[in-house]
Design a protein around this ligand. Structure first.
Ligand code: CTP
Length: 289
């Protein structure tokens, strides 16, 4: 019920909602249900690809280089997308929570594997949201055996991984690409440079050092950043609610991208009709003589 907007709410200060414990008016429930059915129908056939969780880069057979992402945000997005009626595929690295039911999950471990699986599938998905915490560096060479202790110091040689989003730049014309930006300082210029560099239609900026946005937490507080410079803060909310908001914005962008095609389609039947008539062969005149 909560997802169709009819949850009983606390009244007060001109709020339209009925008192806690009472159901909303039957008309409101009916309207919300119809709206939800219409949305599901309009989104059927639209596919969302989500990168979730953290990647792990092996140092040796028993150790990895990784980060503290739990996968909650990516899975919350998948759950929200599934509930809206999208077809959902998640490319999931290591995670600390289980995936939602009813979505296709492809498991990967390293940044290289995530790159391969995302690139393999992105063409078939109208919306891509990279919520994964992908390693930026990996050991140049994983040690074949366990690295022994007892050394005075140990230097690891690392090499950069491929930036998955940047590698898709210019390849997703007409499709929506959304990235996350993990920033530990509020630096809009840095986030804007990231948006530009990664070729995203929308960047979801969050700070894991802020209370309410921590790694593994149930909530998130984000800032939406658009290529035209528009910024829209979204207050602290459950990751599921943040996921719904991301998808609402993704859908807005997708509709805008579809507009020229829809307009062209509206014009086409008339033009085709005229052409068909024009192409009709003229009746042959009887040859005299
Ligand atoms: N990302 C990616 N491929 C990588 C690294 C990151 O596609 N090899 C994606 C993430 O999934 C996220 C976005 O890029 O959607 C930004 O990730 P973030 O960690 O914030 O930024 P980085 O690109 O790693 O840059 P920096 O570490 O300098 O902040």
């Amino acid at each position: 019920m909560r997802s169709c907007g009819c949850s009983p709410r606390r009244t007060g200060g001109g709020c339209w909602s009925p008192p806690v414990g009472r159901l909303a008016a039957i008309e409101a429930i009916g309207e919300a249900a119809l709206a939800a059915i219409a949305t599901r129908a309009s989104l059927a056939g639209v596919r969302v690809l989500i990168g979730a969780g953290r990647t792990e880069e092996p140092l040796d057979p028993v150790r990895v280089l990784s980060n503290r992402s739990s996968g909650r945000m990516g899975f919350a997005l998948a759950e929200a997308a599934r509930d809206l009626g999208y077809g959902v595929t998640v490319i999931a690295g290591e995670v600390s929570v289980g995936p939602p039911a009813g979505v296709e999950v492809v498991r990967v471990r390293t940044a290289g594997e995530m790159l391969r699986e995302v690139r393999r599938r992105e063409k078939a998905h109208e919306i891509l949201v990279m919520a994964a915490a992908v390693a930026d560096y990996r050991p140049r060479q994983a040690a074949p055996g366990k690295i022994p202790s007892g050394r005075r110091d140990l230097a690891l040689a690392l090499e950069p991984t491929t930036d998955i989003l940047s590698s898709l730049r210019g390849r997703r014309a007409g499709k929506v690409t959304i990235g996350f930006a993990l920033e530990t300082e509020r630096d809009a210029a840095r986030a804007r440079a990231k948006l530009e560099h990664k070729g995203c239609d929308l960047l979801v900026v969050n700070n894991p050092l802020r209370p309410g946005s921590e790694f593994g937490g149930e909530t998130n507080e984000v800032l939406f950043l658009y290529p035209d410079g528009t910024e829209a803060p979204f207050p602290r909310a459950s990751k599921l609610e943040v996921g719904r908001e991301i998808l609402r914005r993704a859908e807005e962008i997708r509709q805008r991208m579809e507009e020229p095609r829809r307009r062209a389609e509206k014009k086409r039947p008339r033009a085709e009709g005229i052409r068909t008539r024009a192409r009709k062969k003229p009746a042959r005149r009887p040859v005299r003589g």
